[in-house]
Every structure is written in structure tokens, then in C-alpha cells.
Design a protein around this ligand. Structure first.
Ligand SMILES: [Fe+2]
Ligand SMILES: [Fe+2]
Length: 313
């Protein structure tokens, strides 16, 4: 079965079905709704064992939500976190942003890239780092995961720019965090995650298909976590919907754009295990990009891998 066919509704039916057969003797009278609630509760209680967002991330999150902009508060928050500062400066100096002279301070990054850009990059980096266990993620190559996230972030940002979106900046963050649910799965659902990654590797199936088999899709888990952390709605939407096929009632432009960015990165060898099956042309048409643009873009993306790798080290 193609992963495209697995909708949230279908997933809940699968969950309810397997749980129902196991518990029929004891809880014959229970409704599917009750099973659904129990399942949700069980998953949420495991997610609650994750650490809260660190202070720097909470501060950046509140700056992202605040209006009017407070440049000095953003600069101070980032500067007080050396790891965040170092990563932000690496992103700011990469060829995708093409600074004329090296950017060596947070202040210069804000001047050159702009307040909006820096606050979204900073939010993405600190949320990602909250769950990122360094180079070790059980069952998959941690470097490949990080490379995929960074590359998807850059590609998503480029696609948003090509589409002339009024606000392109959040798409970097959406790309960086789109598979956040997998970091949560690896941490909170260790035995299930081990089984999913084993099946994906040995059977050479997309990881999303293996997740759905066990009824732990990273889209749903990531969406719950993003909601619990009160991340901006656009990030929640990107996480929740980036594997929905065109035509699904919940498909939206944000999720479709991230799905396309994800597929482009997979296609260029910056994916995680087997590439998900998608109808790429449909997706390109749905978000309103020209087919020729994607081909041109892919030719320019050779540097992204090196860039993403540089950000890991
Ligand atoms: Fe994904
Ligand atoms: Fe992905």
C-alpha cells in the first residue's frame, strides 16, 4: 500500500482496529472514540517525558509571537547562547544568503539578513537542538537526518521565494522541523522506533510506511509535540500535513511545499532511508510552480549538501 493513501482518518481506523481486537474480551462495549482517546492519551503522556523547550528557545518563541519587533532582545537572547550563535552565523554565512563580507556577529546577521529572517532561523535551530541527540539517532544515520533537515529548510525557503510569498522566512523553520516527530519517536518510543527503522531498512520501504504499519506516524506525533510546545501554527501545519497527497481534504500549500522540498532533497541523495512515493508533478502544479523551475533548481543544489554537512560539524 502506498503511504499516500494513509490518511489520519485511516490511521486512526488502523489503530482502533488493532486495539479493538486485543481488548475485545475485556472491553467489548467500548467505542472507537474511547479507544482513540486512550491511544492519544498514551502517546501524549509519553511525549510529556520530553524536556521542555530550553529558556533560549522559549524566549525566541515569544519574540516570534510578539509585535512590534524587538531587535535588541533578539540579539541579546541569541548572543547569550554560544552554540546557537555559532550555528546561526554558519547559516548566515552560507552561499544561499550570499553575504558580501563575512557575518561575524549576531548584530550583523540581523542587519544583513533582517530581523524576521534571523528570528525564524534562531527558532528553528533551538527547537531542533532541543531533541537533537548529536550524531546518534538509534536506527538511522544521525548525520543523514541532520543533513536532510537543513537541506529541506534551505530548499523550502527557496521555493517560497520563487512563489513570491509575502513571508518566506518561516519556511526555513518549517523545513528544518518538518520531521521533528521522528526525533520524538526515537526518544519516547524506542522499541517501536527500532522496529520501524529495521523494517524500513531491511524491506527497503519508506520510513513513513513503516511508521504507519505500527500506527506511529511522525506527522501526528510531531504535530502533537509542536502544539504542546506552542510553536507557530504554520510549523504545526507543515509538520502535520507534509505527507498528505494532493486531493486529500486536509492538503494545504504549506504542507505541499514542504513535501516537495523533502522530495527534492531525497532525490539529491539527502534523504532518510527509502524515498517516499509522491506524485511530484501534481505537487508542483498544486503549489503553482513551473516544472522547468524545479529542474533548474536541482542543478543549483549541489552546494546544499556541503553546506548542510558543514553545519553538522
Ligand atoms: Fe516527513
Ligand atoms: Fe523529511
Amino acid at each position: 500500500m502506498s503511504h499516500e493513501k494513509i490518511t489520519e482518518e485511516k490511521y486512526m481506523r488502523q489503530v482502533s482496529g488493532s486495539l479493538a481486537s486485543a481488548s475485545m474480551a475485556i472491553h467489548a462495549h467500548e467505542t472507537v472514540d474511547l479507544l482513540r482517546q486512550r491511544r492519544t492519551k498514551e502517546i501524549l503522556s509519553r511525549l510529556e517525558t520530553l524536556p521542555p523547550l530550553p529558556a533560549a528557545a522559549q524566549e525566541v518563541l515569544s519574540i516570534v509571537s510578539d509585535d512590534p519587533k524587538d531587535i535588541s532582545r533578539l540579539e541579546t537572547t541569541i548572543s547569550h547562547d554560544p552554540a546557537l550563535t555559532a550555528k546561526l552565523l554558519r547559516v548566515a554565512n552560507c552561499a544561499a544568503f550570499a553575504p558580501r563580507t563575512p557575518i561575524d556577529t549576531v548584530e550583523r546577521a540581523i542587519v544583513y539578513l533582517g530581523f524576521q529572517e534571523v528570528k525564524h532561523i534562531a527558532l528553528g535551530l533551538c527547537v531542533f537542538e532541543t531533541l537533537n541527540p548529536g550524531k546518534k539517532i538509534a536506527g538511522i544515520n544521525g548525520d543523514a537526518f541532520y543533513t536532510h533537515a537543513i537541506a529541506t529548510a534551505f530548499v523550502a525557503r527557496m521555493l517560497a521565494e520563487e512563489l513570491d510569498y509575502e513571508e518566506c522566512e518561516p519556511f526555513f523553520t518549517c523545513g528544518l522541523l518538518h520531521d521533528l516527530g521522528r526525533l520524538a519517536l526515537a526518544k519516547c518510543f524506542r522499541s517501536e522506533w527500532k522496529e520501524m527503522t529495521r523494517a524500513a531498512r531491511e524491506e527497503e520501504i519508506p520510513l513513513f510506511v513503516a511508521e504507519n504499519r505500527l500506527a506511529y506516524p511522525h506527522t501526528l506525533i510531531g504535530m502533537w509535540l509542536a502544539r504542546a510546545w506552542k510553536l507557530p501554527e504554520i510549523i504545526v501545519t507543515a509538520i502535520a500535513s507534509h505527507h498528505l497527497p494532493v486531493g486529500h481534504p486536509k492538503t494545504n500549500e504549506t504542507g505541499a511545499l514542504i513535501q516537495l522540498a523533502d522530495a527534492i532533497c531525497h532525490g539529491l541523495g539527502m534523504g532518510i532511508l527509502a524515498q517516499p512515493t509522491i506524485r511530484r508533478t501534481q505537487l508542483v502544479d498544486y503549489i503553482g510552480l513551473s516544472r522547468g523551475y524545479i529542474k533548474d533548481l536541482e542543478k543549483q543544489l549541489g552546494e546544499i549538501q556541503g553546506l548542510a554537512r558543514g553545519l553538522i560539524s
